[in-house]
Ligand binder design. Structure first.
Ligand code: NAD
Length: 324
């Protein structure tokens, strides 16, 4: 008798760590580049209640046999109820029968899979001798980003800037936990020192400018996931080799939307990171090249980490199983 596994939100952190998320996301990106996996059009709607934005992100990975959808969105008044504003749940289905196979809490998984995407880009695109990590953004996602990034290179220091400096102690705490020196700096110093820069803000205007960035830097732009958002100056994408999770999203809702609209970058020049993972593209071409990863967030990332959560929960006997 087929069973539906329920993996509640509270169990996910102990089931999927940074390394497991990295492997799962890396495989999903490679499958996308090899045309073995695709994301379906995203639905996102204002529901006319509680000022909420609600939607679905779905996809199918034929390589990993992962079919499903992440449903959820943003409830701005949750904070008054002591509940996280961003809410999501992943539903997985048996690709052979269409029967539901799992229901998994998606809040922690969203953060760990987003950080894994940036980490994958650092693994494949950052200079091997990268030693200073620059962080722009100090919200919920930022600590996850730092924890995943530091596993990819021998970083010796973290420098950070945030439009709201009062939020920076969160990053200082995370750096301390990782045993790394931390310094809050201005943007010009951040650009002058950092070998890798992660941007993870909800900004609608560029903060990191081309003049801030040195040759050889790798930048992972992770905050722009909606039309209108922007974290870096559009001309910076012209100066860089641009990679992304999915080109369709990059040019419409990702960081590249502005450079495309201004005619600074051609869509054909944007490379899916999966092509680098799968060995179809060489990645960084020289020590002086600026590489930029436009991480827009795709359903297949969510499905990949949810599948790991279900597999591990079943192995450990902690999934709640319901007969269909
Ligand atoms: P958060 O609300 O916890 O933190 C927001 C961050 O953005 C803080 O650093 C804050 O100082 C900054 N910020 C807020 N308003 C700003 C403004 N007007 N201009 C510039 N900066 C501003 O959010 P979070 O959960 O850390 O998410 C950060 C961003 O990442 C959001 O834009 C979110 O939509 C995006 N995100 C992307 C993905 C992806 O897959 N690419 C996944 C999850 C979240």
């Amino acid at each position: 008798m087929p069973k539906l596994a329920i993996v509640p939100e509270a169990l996910c952190p102990e089931l999927v760590d940074e390394d497991a998320a990295f492997e799962a996301v890396s495989k999903a990106f490679a499958a996308m580049a090899e045309d073995k996996a695709s994301n379906f059009p995203v639905v996102r709607e204002a529901i006319g209640h509680a000022d909420a934005l609600y939607g679905f992100k779905g996809g199918f990975d034929r390589a990993g046999m992962t079919l499903g959808v992440k449903a959820g969105g943003y409830w701005p008044h949750n904070i008054d109820r002591g509940v996280t504003n961003h809410q999501s749940t992943v539903f997985l289905f048996n690709p052979d029968t269409g029967q539901p196979s799992a229901l998994v809490g998606g809040n922690y998984l969203t953060a760990v899979r987003t950080a894994a995407a940036a980490a994958v880009s650092i693994r494949h695109l950052a200079r091997e001798d990268s030693r200073v990590l620059g962080m722009i953004g100090a919200g919920h996602q930022s600590a996850f980003q730092m924890r995943a990034a530091v596993r990819q290179r021998h970083f010796e220091k973290v420098v950070a800037w945030n439009p709201h400096p009062e939020m920076l102690p969160r990053l200082a705490e995370t750096a301390k936990e990782l045993d790394l020196p931390f310094e809050a700096v201005e943007l010009d110093q951040l650009g002058a020192e950092a070998d890798v820069i992660i941007t993870i803000t909800s900004s609608f205007a560029p903060t990191l400018l081309a003049e801030h960035v040195r040759p050889g830097t790798h930048i992972a732009c992770m905050g722009t996931d909606t039309k209108g958002k922007q974290e870096v100056e559009a001309v910076l994408l012209k100066a860089a080799s641009v990679f992304t999770d999915e080109v369709d999203q990059s040019v419409t809702i990702g960081e590249a939307q502005h450079a495309i609209a201004e005619g600074l970058v051609d869509r054909a020049a944007i490379t899916p990171i999966g092509a680098v993972i799968a060995g179809l593209h060489p990645g960084r071409a020289s020590q002086d090249e600026i590489t930029l990863f436009d991480g827009t967030g795709v359903a297949l990332q969510d499905l990949a980490v949810a599948a790991v959560a279900v597999e591990r929960a079943r192995e450990r006997g902690v999934a709640q199983e319901i007969e269909l």
